[in-house]
Design a protein around this ligand. Structure first.
Ligand code: CA
Length: 651
């Protein structure tokens, strides 16, 4: 009986201790912008938000991993749930960690979530003078933003770009490797030659999966965040020195900028690699994540947890992190992973604040989740809510799968490989998912209503790092066709993307028939699967030239990158007087002052030569599946199987 009473008493104490904590929405909110390290030569001040902690300890080390603590300091309780401590003197080059005491128990040491530099594998934050990480001329670095519809995005993984033996690049798989030039047809030189405007780099914040001590042993795309405000170490020539990688990323971005290329950073704020043991959760248990009805971590990301962007300090964290990457690293845009997990209010706040710093910054994300979320659909940045997003675009999976078939049904064809029923979905993509009177929305594959108000709200694509590479998808779904015919399909798919309204997006290497050898989800496949094979670049130079021609066309002709849905509705007319399996439309380029005047675009999704009348006035060929005839044409013209023909009235 005595034991029972004791047990009940103990339970009551624990229950009360838990019950004393308010709901997460009522946690104190710290409005200051000095969380993390404030460094000068005279002192280093550390600040952490850890409401309801009983005590917080700061531990200083000489090393980024291992070794004995140089110093342990108790932090002082400060306003709004924060704890602070000032170290006198110059501590640059030293490392630190926090430990938090709750219910009488100290947590394991954790990395400062606001860390801007870390040691090997991100286990401890580093004290440094950020100004010493700037490359020469950094203060003059930067490119003005382009209007979103003028962007042509090239999606690239830093390591894939240079790791292949045939890249001819010295710093293979590294930040600096992607900044090398003089290799003529590989890496940066190749990208520059394409004419794309933005390079979207897959995650290069510090992620968890690759051992930075031996990166060659393991590969990962990097969608497993560890330290949000620090560059990944495995791409660095020296991942032990926390300042080195910062300089390298800046060097890379500066090189891109001086090549006329803007940089989009792929960010993953929707979940953290670790759950119970993440630094967020050890410092403020539960707060940074959403919970399901049972109080367990909810999982809209299929990665064991989902962050709670709607809570004040998580919202602030995401915003401050993105502001930091723009200000400190001069990034030109963000691609937001599983943006549908985040709430609309947070995304619009981010857009407003980033546009103040960099007007016209390019923002886009995945308007979906990987599972159900406790936050209601109407609050989340889902594709169907795209019209509510303020200068943020969403990926058009309708267009993607309309062109090549569902990414989930591997042997399904798309319009470019002969599934002509998909025409309505492709038409929907051509007008960038906006309202157009000639589209039968009931026949569109996924969205039965136009979700975009304006063309800059949509990323037009047919392929990204996820799922099969386009060339592999064609090999699986159109295996009865010869390679020559599948090459035509690939060209047709890319021509649709590059001639359609919205913001075109290409997966690196698609312009030379990149293959991942049939691997569908290569997120941790070896380099042999993921690397860009530069022999393919040499072998398929004709397709590279084809893509370059279309990129040039898009840049020179505003008709293909119109800036409003009203313009699109008034200039684009789909033709209905044409054979089955042909998708043809005209653009009245005069209305948007395009030098070509009238334009006609004809896509043939049939495996047969088709004949299409273009009327009794002369047209010039720009591009066609039947070589490049230079003469003028009128009347009936031949359209090659699986091909794109573009005609224009004015020379
Ligand atoms: Ca890492």
């Amino acid at each position: 009986m005595k034991h029972l009473i004791m047990a009940l008493l103990l339970m009551r104490i624990i229950f009360n201790a838990a019950a004393q904590l308010p709901a997460y929405d009522n946690y104190p909110v710290y409005e200051g912008n000095d969380l993390g390290l404030s460094y000068t030569k005279e002192s280093s001040r550390l600040k952490i938000w850890a409401p309801f902690a009983e005590s917080v300890r700061l531990v200083i080390y000489k090393e980024g991993q291992g070794g004995k603590a140089l110093k342990k300091e108790t932090m002082e309780k400060a306003a709004f749930g924060t704890w602070a401590h000032t170290l006198k003197g110059d501590w640059a080059g030293k490392f630190y960690a926090f430990s938090v005491k709750r219910m009488g128990k100290w947590s394991e040491e954790v990395t400062d979530p606001y860390a801007k530099a870390v040691g090997i594998n991100g286990g401890r934050a580093m004290i440094l003078d950020l100004r010493k990480t700037d490359p020469i001329g950094w203060e003059r670095d930067g490119l003005a933003a382009l209007p979103a519809t003028e962007a042509i995005i090239y999606e690239l993984h830093i390591r894939d770009a240079t790791i292949a033996a045939n890249s001819g690049i010295h710093h293979k798989g590294k930040y600096l490797g992607l900044a090398e030039s003089g290799t003529r047809v590989t890496g940066l030189d190749h990208i520059r030659s394409l004419g794309v405007t933005h390079v979207h780099l897959l995650p290069f914040f510090d992620y968890n999966s690759v051992d930075e001590k031996d990166p060659a042993r393991k590969y990962n795309w990097g969608y497993d965040p560890l330290n949000y405000n620090v560059p990944e170490g495995s791409y660095s020539a020296d991942p032990y020195d926390g300042s080195r990688r910062i300089w390298e990323v800046k060097q890379l971005i500066q090189t891109f900028h001086s090549s006329g290329l803007r940089v989009v950073m792929d960010v993953v704020y929707n979940h953290t690699a670790k759950t119970e043991n993440s630094n967020f959760n050890r410092i403020v248990p539960g707060y940074y994540y959403r919970q399901d009805a049972n109080g367990k971590f909810s999982n809209a990301t299929a990665c064991n947890n989902e962050t709670a962007s709607e809570r004040a300090m998580m919202r602030k964290f995401i915003l401050e992190s993105m502001v930091y990457w723009v200000k400190e690293y001069h990034v030109d845009g963000f691609r937001v992973d599983l943006m549908g997990v985040h709430d609309i209010e947070t995304m619009n706040l981010i857009s407003r604040e980033l546009n103040k710093i960099k007007p016209g910054i390019l923002l886009y994300g995945e308007g979906w989740t990987a599972g159900p979320s406790p936050l209601p659909d109407e609050k989340r940045a889902l594709k169907k809510n795209a019209a509510q997003l303020d200068h943020i675009a969403v990926f058009s999976d309708d267009m993607r799968d309309g062109i090549k078939g569902s990414v989930f049904v591997h042997d399904e064809k798309g319009f470019a490989s002969g599934k002509i029923d998909n025409i309505e979905s492709v038409k929907f993509g051509i007008v960038a998912s906006c309202q157009h009177p000639q589209i039968d929305y009931a026949k569109v594959n996924y969205s039965k209503a136009p979700y975009a108000k304006e063309p800059w709200q949509v990323i037009t694509y047919c392929e990204c790092h996820d799922n099969h590479a386009l060339w592999d998808k064609l090999a699986i779904s159109a295996k009865e066709y010869r390679e020559q015919e599948r090459r035509s399909m690939q060209k047709l798919a890319l021509a649709i993307v590059l001639s359609s309204q919205g913001i075109p997006f290409l997966h690196a290497g698609t312009e030379f028939l990149r293959t991942k050898q049939g691997v569908e989800n290569s997120f941790d496949s070896p380099d042999t699967v993921n690397q860009l094979d530069w022999d393919l670049r040499r072998k398929n130079g004709d397709i590279v030239e084809y893509v370059k021609t279309l990129i040039r066309m898009r840049k020179e002709h505003v008709a293909f990158r119109q800036t409003s849905a009203d313009q699109i509705r008034s200039t684009i007319r789909f033709r209905d007087d044409i054979p089955k399996g042909i998708l043809a439309y005209t653009i009245d380029g005069n209305k948007v002052f395009d030098p070509w005047g009238d334009i006609m675009v004809i896509f043939n999704g049939n495996n047969t030569v088709s004949r299409v009348s273009v009327g009794d006035q002369n047209w010039y060929y720009f591009i066609s599946g039947i070589n490049y005839p230079s003469q003028q044409v009128k009347g009936e013209i031949e359209i090659a199987p699986f091909s794109c023909t573009i005609l224009h009235k004015n020379k």
